[in-house]
Design a protein around this ligand. Sequence first.
Ligand code: AMP
Ligand code: FE
Ligand code: FE
Ligand code: ZN
Length: 301
Amino acid sequence: MPGARGAGPELLLRSMRSMPRPTIDLHSHSSVSDGTETPTQLVRAAIAAGLDTLAITDHDSTAGWDEAVAAAAGSGLQIIRGMELSTRYEWRSVHVLGYLFDPHDADLVAETGRIRDDRLTRAERMVSRISEDYDVTWDDVLAQSGGVSIGRPHIADALVARGIVRTRSEAFESILHFRAGYYLPHAAPTVLDGVRIIASAGGAPVIAHPATRGRDAVIDEGMLEQLVDAGLVGLEVDHRENTSEGRATLREWARRYDLVMTGSSDYHGDGKPNRLAENTTDPESLEAIVACTRGVAPVRA
Ligand code: AMP
Ligand code: FE
Ligand code: FE
Ligand code: ZN
């Protein structure tokens, strides 16, 4: 083989090492859910940040996909079409990222529709409780939402607009905290069903920020085994809300169950301090994710 002996391969390796690695961020939100930027603004921010690849992963909705793809056209930015599906495990809320699934899959369309409908009635009921103690109305909240996938962040924005709290974070630490007396859960499938729905729609399911609750990960190893059997592809290891002990456990599990490890920002525009590319995913890991999918393809135009 030419170049297999002598200085050739060494030079090649050296130049490969100095080649910049593509910056890949697989978790971001637009105003379709609780990000503060439209899909177009989100894509522009990703281009400005020098990303090679961005996944748009709004909560329980694919409504931002087409706009994001159109906004990236001609820029060279690769768009991975995804979603962050709300699920439950016992009393806990578990978020499952799904990548490159068929957005028209009947089960997926039905389940995400149910979640979004219940998000709406749940938010309205929370606001009616809050309005007994604070001067805020349902119309204030609707004015803050893109109208597709509503959640506590939009209630937070209404409380900020009314001057009741200063920031989203302050709202979450006080009025919107699940122990504050106004909190209501919304309907969501079990995490096992969530993983099945994404996998059978041809997507790659990855558990989002699985280690945010101290030493104990949100899911235990018994449940993880069931999720792996149901088609789980990966774990989001590098995320600002995962603890360092939690990340070590996740790395161990990834080795043991042959799962892909990702790292991502979970960018929400101005809605959270998370910055694009503050955590990133290896190109090899993205390749492994794409290889598991048969819904839609990555787009780079
Ligand atoms: P919900 O799904 O309606 O219960 O709201 C949860 C959402 O609120 C998550 O998607 C987070 O992105 C967002 N969130 C949680 N905590 C905070 C916080 N401290 N500041 C801003 N957003 C938050
Ligand atoms: Fe969010
Ligand atoms: Fe999440
Ligand atoms: Zn997220």
